[in-house]
Design a protein around this ligand. Structure first.
Ligand code: NI
Length: 289
């Protein structure tokens, strides 16, 4: 079978599901007191070009009143800056993701630094290490180099960072204990153990929780959510990825951070409104929203 045709078919199917309001979650009324923040999403891409306004309006109806978009390349960082200028409830980070690592020059540092002077640009992110996709040792070294370099940039600019750590727990922790000792921010989509969570909390980091907490195999994630102090927890979607259950298989969007919030509230045996208030306070603290 033709793979491109298959991909296109899959894409059409997702779009169709998404444009059909019957497939959207229905959130009950009387929610004026729910104030959630999606602290990590990627809504600058073409997946949202046809319905971005509608998607942001749906988020507001679900109680998601602010969102933080993360750049992952120079191009998407530039798009993110424009997005934040256009929507007053969208904030943004600028940075280069480990999977997009390239040898930085002073000009790249300068471009990132210049963007942080624009409205609602509040972080360097998303940056970090990804050893799941990258097996080549030279390229992993390049990831470490630009991670450390962007941490230094964030310190110079006095901005928080948003960290991606996939299958690189040991090196991320080592870097945060040494070069990143004076940085602050969030380890997003935290996928480590309770022990690693405790090490990061000791260093002052916040941890981000997303859709996978709703999946059947979420044992480790559930343990972390139950164990860590609520004042270090942030909610996020990582849209368009990591769509929560039962909406898996279609494009994620910031409104669905509500589903993540409901799951965390259930695990912590507290009301959604309280959980929302606590995590929104955290988001405001670390990102200065
Ligand atoms: Ni991300």
């Amino acid at each position: 079978m033709n793979t491109v045709a298959n991909c296109n078919k899959y894409r059409e199917k997702i779009m169709e599901l998404f444009e059909n309001p019957d497939t959207l979650p229905v959130f009950s009324g009387g929610d004026e007191d729910i104030f959630l923040v999606d602290t990590h999403c990627h809504i600058d891409g073409e997946e949202y070009d046809h319905d971005r306004d509608g998607m942001i309006a749906r988020a507001a109806r679900a109680g998601v009143k602010l969102m933080v978009n993360m750049g992952d390349r120079m191009e998407s960082s530039q798009r993110s800056v424009k997005l934040a200028a256009r929507y007053e409830n969208v904030y943004t980070g600028v940075g280069v993701h480990p999977e997009e690592a390239f040898p930085f020059t002073q000009a790249d540092d300068d471009r990132l630094a210049a963007w942080t002077k624009e409205p609602r640009v509040i972080a360097i992110g998303e940056i970090g290490l990804d050893y799941y996709w990258e097996k080549d040792e030279d390229k992993r070294q390049l990831q470490r180099d630009i991670f450390i370099r962007q941490l230094a940039l964030a310190r110079d600019l006095d901005l928080p960072v948003c960290i991606h750590d996939r299958d690189a727990h040991g090196d991320v922790l080592k870097i945060l204990q040494t070069e990143g000792r004076q940085n602050r921010g969030v380890v997003h989509c935290f996928s480590g153990s309770v022990e690693l969570a405790r090490e990061l909390l000791k260093l002052g980091w916040y941890l981000g929780v997303d859709g996978p907490i709703t999946y059947k195999n979420a044992k480790k994630g559930i343990e972390v959510v139950r164990e860590i102090p609520l004042d270090r927890l942030l909610l996020e979607t990582d849209s368009p990825y990591l769509t929560p259950h039962p909406y898996r298989g279609r494009r994620n969007e910031p409104g669905l951070v509500r589903v993540v919030a409901e799951k965390v509230a259930e695990l912590r045996e507290m009301s959604l409104a309280d959980l929302a208030a606590r995590t929104t306070k955290n988001a405001k603290e670390i990102y200065g929203l």
